[in-house]
Each structure stands twice: as structure tokens, then as C-alpha cells.
Design a protein around this ligand. Structure first.
Ligand SMILES: Nc1ncnc2c1ncn2[C@@H]1O[C@H](COP(=O)(O)OP(=O)(O)O)[C@@H](O)[C@H]1O
Ligand SMILES: Cc1ncc(C[n+]2csc(CCOP(=O)(O)OP(=O)(O)O)c2C)c(N)n1
Ligand SMILES: [Mg+2]
Length: 404
């Protein structure tokens, strides 16, 4: 893309009042419903540890808002479950057996189960000074449900596992529970079980289960040359929020672009668009968790094709993020080109969990399912090298690698 093209695109785009990303999926914060009052403390008086100390009976833990290490597992679990509101699962979504027994029992109407898991590690995937427990809970649910959706399935239940250092305030876990619970209610699912442990770093992992409702799963390998490449949701917004946080902390991010801060803290992927894409006949799909380039290449490699993205679509997203890029460049007193920075977010930013899918041309002619928009096309692989390009030439590189 040349500077002159981008300038003309800027002029066109500046007339638009809102983000290029459909606002339904770009906004985040949902008011958490009131948390049910925690159940009365259990009357247990002998702790697990005291079994190994003959004749020593521990005192009942204080009901305080202190560290999990002082409260003990049973009390922390009671409080977490109350914060989740597990008894308030939306009608028809409650498990057959929920938290409290050795394992949960979840109906599998389709006789096949979609299963996925993701792990969030403090310092690598979130920071407690940048995100609240509520944000981390919302994000953990969103990233898992995006994976379920990307198979074309609907969620049927989640398992929530937490590893926490003993000094973690129980209030943080309750906040996490509220975030997970609110996200579950948003997408009509619930937490059916999980596990608690101690650890040296805060760890939050969710395993999600899903049902295909009788459909074939939409895999990464079914795209063919001639298909239309489409996207539901946003790219680059979470990366922009993260860059603002890294440059100037929550104060800068909230001042410059509260919506990008929210997109990073608690993304709202288009979960319902996954089954809709499957019903419409999508040939391949995944959620963009690591970046358009990296994830697009996963479809290209699995399908043995080449993906080409239209530059006009990319330019719109770049323009949408230019203000944030300018603020980051200024704050860091760097001489980076703000457009190059914004473009790197669009091409390589992860964690927005948009759904990238291929559709046969006749489906696109009839109309893509909401809120998919056409962003490019699927072409024959070039010289045996599956790749993603913009306007046929520039290869889209960059993206997240957990070990890089
Ligand atoms: N530790 C693991 N053991 C088994 N399979 C794994 C492991 N980690 C990742 N995978 C599998 O590799 C594939 C890619 O994983 P990942 O990049 O995490 O996917 P996503 O971005 O959709 O979450 C998935 O099918 C996942 O289940
Ligand atoms: C403190 C912090 N640093 C960096 C990031 C950026 N980040 C962490 S994980 C990730 C990509 C997705 O992670 P991964 O575990 O690969 O998810 P998956 O692809 O398995 O869904 C990104 C962009 C962040 N969210 N928080
Ligand atoms: Mg993963």
C-alpha cells in the first residue's frame, strides 16, 4: 500500500462515526448481575492438614476477605461458586450434575463432544495491575467459546481451574468468578466443575465443551480456491489496547481509547457467528487468537491454499487504530511510523478472537451470515507455499508465539 492510497482511504474513513468493527462485538463491559449472597460457612473444623497432626484441631477459618492461604480450599470454593452464580445457569443450559460431585455430567445431544482448553498465566497472558479478576474471567470464557464457535458448535459447559499463590486475596477469585459467571450468562452456558490448587503464579484455565447439533465440524482444512474469505469480529484492537497499556498503563489507555482497553481486557468475540457460519456452509474456520497472519496461515496450510486479503479492508482497520498508534509513539518518544505500527496490530495482533472463515462463492452471492464481511479470497497455493498476502503481493507476517 502506498502512502497516497492510505491518505485517500483516511479521508473516506474519517467521515465514519464509529469503529469499523461492528459495535456489537467491539464493546465489552456488561454489567454483572448481582452476586447471590454467599452460602453460610461450612461447619468443618478439622482441616486436611490437621489430619497429620494428631490431637491438633485447627480453628475454624475466619470469614474475612483475606488471602486464600488463610481461608482454605473449602471456603475459597464456596465463595468462588457463589460468585459464579452456578445455580443461576440460564434455562436449559444447566448440567445434569454440576459442581460438587466427583465429576460433572453434561448432556451431549449430538453424541459427539467438542472439547477445547486454554490456559492464562499471570505475567504472560494477563497482569493484575492491568486487568481485574472480572476481566480475566471474561477473557478466559471468551477465548474458549471462540474455539467452540470456530468448530461450528454451541457451548454446553465449562470447567474452570485456578492455581493461586496463598497470598492471593479471595476477593480477586470472587471477582474472577463474577466475570466468568457474567460471560457464561451472556452466551447461555455455565461452569459445570473445575479444580483449585496452589501455585507460584496465578493460573486460570478453562476447558469448554460444545455440541455440533448434528452438523459436520468446520475444520481448518476445507477451504478451496474460489471460496470467499470472510471475517466476523475485529482484529488489532486487543493488540492496540495492550500497546497502550505497555506504553502508559491503564491511565493512558483509558484516556486515549477506553474501547481498545476494554477490547484487550475483556474481548467479546462473535460466538453465535460460528454455528451460523456452519449452517451457511463455511468450508473452513478458526478464531484469530494469535494474529491474522499466523492464524490465516493455519487455514492456508491445512487447506493447501493461498489466502489473499483486500487492502481496502485492511486499510479501514489500520485507520481505525491510528489514534492509538500515535499515542503510543508519542508516549514512548519513538520515531516509529504510526501507520506501520497500526498495520502491525491489524496483521499480527491476537486475542480479539474474530472468526476467520471461507465460504463457497454461491453462499457469498446469497449473502454471508451476520456479522461476517468479505475480506478477501481463497486462491490456489503458490509454489507449494501456503501463505497470506494483501492484494496479492505483500506477505502478512507477524503474530503471537507463546515461546518466542
Ligand atoms: N498440550 C497439548 N496437548 C495436546 N494437544 C495440544 C496441546 N496444546 C495444544 N494442543 C492442540 O494443538 C492445536 C493448536 O493449539 P492452539 O494453538 O492452542 O489452538 P487455539 O489457538 O485454537 O487455541 C489444538 O488442536 C490443541 O488442542
Ligand atoms: C501481560 C500480557 N502480555 C502479553 C499479552 C499478549 N498475549 C498473550 S497470549 C496472546 C495470544 C494468544 O495466546 P495463546 O495461548 O496462544 O492462545 P491460543 O492461540 O491457544 O488461543 C497474546 C497476544 C497479554 N495478553 N498480556
Ligand atoms: Mg490454545
Amino acid at each position: 500500500m502506498t502512502p497516497s492510497r492510505s491518505a485517500s482511504a483516511a479521508a473516506t474513513w474519517s467521515a465514519r462515526p464509529t469503529s469499523v468493527c461492528t459495535s456489537t462485538y467491539a464493546s465489552t463491559t456488561t454489567a454483572a448481575p448481582p452476586t447471590p449472597a454467599p452460602p453460610a460457612p461450612s461447619p468443618a473444623v478439622v482441616t486436611e492438614r490437621s489430619r497429620y497432626l494428631p490431637r491438633v484441631v485447627s480453628r475454624r477459618p475466619e470469614r474475612d476477605s483475606g488471602a486464600v492461604g488463610r481461608l482454605g480450599e473449602a471456603e475459597v470454593l464456596t465463595r468462588l461458586l457463589a460468585a459464579l452464580g452456578v445455580t443461576g445457569a440460564p434455562a436449559g443450559t444447566a448440567p445434569l450434575v454440576g459442581p460438587g460431585d466427583d465429576a460433572a455430567l453434561v448432556a451431549a445431544p449430538d453424541a459427539r463432544v467438542v472439547a477445547t482448553t486454554d490456559l492464562l498465566v499471570e505475567g504472560r497472558d494477563f497482569r493484575t495491575d492491568w486487568s481485574s479478576g472480572d476481566d480475566v474471567g471474561a477473557k478466559a470464557v471468551a477465548q474458549n467459546l471462540a474455539d467452540v464457535a470456530a468448530m461450528g458448535a454451541v457451548p454446553t459447559g465449562l470447567l474452570l481451574t485456578v492455581g493461586a499463590p496463598p497470598e492471593t486475596p479471595v476477593a480477586w477469585l470472587e471477582d474472577l468468578g463474577r466475570g466468568v459467571g457474567a460471560a457464561c450468562r451472556r452466551w447461555g452456558t455455565s461452569v459445570v466443575g473445575g479444580d483449585l490448587s496452589g501455585s507460584s503464579e496465578l493460573l486460570v484455565s478453562i476447558t469448554a465443551l460444545g455440541d455440533l447439533q448434528g452438523r459436520a465440524p468446520v475444520l481448518r482444512g476445507g477451504a478451496s480456491p474460489g471460496d470467499v474469505l470472510a471475517l466476523a469480529g475485529c482484529v488489532g484492537r486487543s493488540a492496540a489496547g495492550l500497546a497502550l497499556l505497555s506504553a502508559g498503563g491503564p491511565a493512558l489507555a483509558a484516556e486515549v481509547a477506553p474501547e481498545l482497553l476494554a477490547a484487550h481486557r475483556s474481548p467479546v468475540p462473535p460466538v453465535e457467528a460460528g454455528p451460523a457460519a456452519a449452517r451457511a456452509g463455511a468450508t473452513a474456520m478458526l478464531d484469530v487468537s494469535d494474529g491474522l497472519g499466523v492464524d490465516g496461515r493455519r487455514i492456508a496450510a491445512a487447506s493447501g491454499v493461498h489466502l489473499d486479503v483486500d487492502s481496502w479492508w485492511e486499510d479501514q482497520h489500520v485507520l481505525d487504530l491510528l489514534g492509538a498508534a500515535r499515542a503510543v509513539v508519542r508516549r514512548l518518544a519513538r520515531d516509529d511510523d504510526e501507520q506501520v505500527l497500526a498495520r502491525s496490530w491489524v496483521r499480527g495482533g491476537g486475542e480479539d478472537h474474530a472468526l476467520l472463515a471461507a465460504f463457497p462463492p454461491e453462499v457469498a452471492e446469497r449473502g454471508l451470515p451476520e456479522p461476517f464481511v468479505r475480506i478477501g479470497e481463497v486462491l490456489p497455493v503458490r509454489e507449494g507455499w501456503p501463505a497470506v498476502t494483501v492484494n496479492g503481493d505483500v506477505e502478512v507476517v507477524g503474530g503471537w508465539d507463546v515461546y518466542a
